[in-house]
Design a protein around this ligand. Structure first.
Ligand code: KG4
Ligand code: ZN
Length: 334
């Protein structure tokens, strides 16, 4: 079955064609330059941009795949979680196309898409431990099979990417700041400025990043004018190291305690070079393998939606034309 996947949950409009074996196209139109000056996503602007881009992005995905809409056999769309106005653009388009061409339609969970994106590139033995780290999510799941997950823990406040983006805003690095912090951090010793690691009581696999941001705010205030510019690389390096250490500690602990031999990193922050390296080193000490998708499959994309939707459509799962967006849709234990 040739499936068209559509993703519009946040600030990327994306479309992809997947034929059950290969990704035939994977088109992403990012809105970061629109939101950059506001230091975060402005939901209304995101929805408007999705409306402008959805048709050209789908056309481009079909053109690159060398197909017309009439040759598509099923449609998968991100149903949630995400910004409701943004989700509805992709969902409305998907419904209209499914209705016009009389195609089966399925709404899928964005987090589930991230957790299983690796399967487009590698054969992974299940169960594996999935760490999803993005601008909106930081959670650990045991992935037993497509459609079968067990939630182990999540952040109690900011997501890891959000913590990096907020630090970036404070340091005047623009939005999103994760990749910039990644680059700046390489220029300095992470021990130059020491940032705290959160201690969490209860919730063995939960995370917390908001204390880190408060620590940075207070530090910049205390040290006064010019400090952030003078020691930018060291701040980036120390801050990133704290985020990475908290992620690595909990994830390796979760893998060991649940007897899982593979950790899979997913989401935009999984593009981070320091996180990849430290997770590999820490996992390696216990014989735990660490995998991550290539960067285009880490950040928001529609290939992961088309792939996941293909699995569900193949098993007969369908969504009706009354499907609605689900802005807050935690992946249930299944
Ligand atoms: O998965 P994603 O594209 O969108 C969400 O669903 O949130 O993730 C975006 C997040 C942003 O917070 C961004 O700062 C972060 O991923 N990010 C990175 C890197 N590239 C993107 N964080 C650290 N290092 C990177 N290289
Ligand atoms: Zn995402």
């Amino acid at each position: 079955m040739i499936v068209l996947g559509i993703e519009s949950s946040c600030d990327e409009t994306a479309a992809s064609v997947f034929d059950g074996k290969r990704i035939l196209s994977d088109i992403v139109s990012s809105q970061t330059e629109i939101h950059n000056k506001y230091g975060g996503i402005v939901p209304e602007l995101a929805s408007r941009r999705h409306m402008e881009m959805i048709l050209p992005v789908v056309h481009e995905a079909l053109r690159v795949a060398g197909l017309t809409l009439s040759e598509i056999e099923g449609i998968a769309v991100t149903q949630g979680p995400g910004l409701i106005g943004a989700l509805l653009v992709g969902i409305s388009f998907a419904k209209a196309a499914a209705y016009a061409k009389n195609l089966p339609l399925v709404g899928v969970n964005h987090i589930e898409g991230h957790l299983t994106a690796i399967l487009l590139e590698e054969e992974v033995k299940m169960p594996y431990l999935g760490l999803i780290v993005s601008g909106g999510h930081t959670s650990l799941y045991i992935v037993r099979a497509i459609g079968s997950y067990h939630h182990l823990g999540s952040t109690r406040d900011d997501a890891a990417g959000e913590a990096l983006d907020k630090a970036g805003k404070l340091l005047g690095l623009g939005y999103p700041a994760g990749a910039t912090i990644d680059r700046l951090a390489k220029e300095a010793d992470p021990k130059g400025i020491k940032f705290p690691r959160a201690v969490i009581h209860g919730g063995a696999y939960d995370f917390s990043f908001s204390g880190l941001k408060t620590f940075l705010t207070n530090l910049v205030r205390k040290e006064g004018v010019g400090f952030a510019e003078r020691r930018l690389n060291e701040i980036a390096s120390g801050y990133l190291e704290a985020v990475v250490d908290m992620l690595v500690d909990k994830t390796v602990k979760a893998a060991r305690e649940n007897h899982l031999g593979t950790i899979v990193l997913a989401g935009g922050v999984a593009a981070n070079s320091r996180l990849r390296q430290k997770m590999k080193d820490a996992g390696g000490e216990f014989g735990i393998g660490v995998l991550h998708p290539s960067i285009p499959l880490c950040t928001d994309n529609a290939a992961m939606i088309a792939h996941l939707g293909h699995s569900y459509l193949a098993t007969g799962k369908r969504s009706g034309l009354d499907m609605n967006g689900i802005p807050d849709w935690p992946l249930p234990d299944m």
